[in-house]
Design a protein around this ligand. Structure first.
Ligand code: FES
Length: 108
């Protein structure tokens, strides 16, 4: 388990995500209430960055064609049996957001 600091908590915008790169992987960070979620930043429809979509509660809407994903699970809300977007473990320490690419995300 190796968490790496990727951003300051204060950098997270409201209503959308924040794109960071870690070990060559582009990751979207999203804040829902007090929790932070991290998932691959690539929309599976046509690769648009989900961090630039609109975040409403836990649902991010891709800006390109409107597909929606629950950032807590990686699934599309209407298709929980489909393939989720990969997610990553994330935690906040001393005002910094840390991501661990190796461990399973904590339960939502
Ligand atoms: S690229 Fe995201 S909905 Fe088309």
């Amino acid at each position: 388990m190796a968490y790496q600091r990727v951003a300051k908590l204060a950098e997270l915008p409201q209503g959308r995500g924040l794109c960071i790169k870690l070990d060559g992987i582009e990751i979207g960070l999203f804040q829902v209430g007090e929790r932070i979620y991290a998932m691959e930043n690539r929309c599976p429809h046509a690769d648009d960055p989900l961090s630039e979509g609109v975040l409403d509660g836990p649902i991010v809407t891709c800006r390109a064609h409107g597909w929606q994903f629950d950032v807590r699970t990686g699934f599309r809300p209407e298709d929980a049996d489909g393939f989720p977007i990969p997610r990553f473990s994330v935690r906040v320490r001393n005002g910094g957001i840390e991501v661990d690419l190796q461990s399973e995300p904590l339960p939502r």
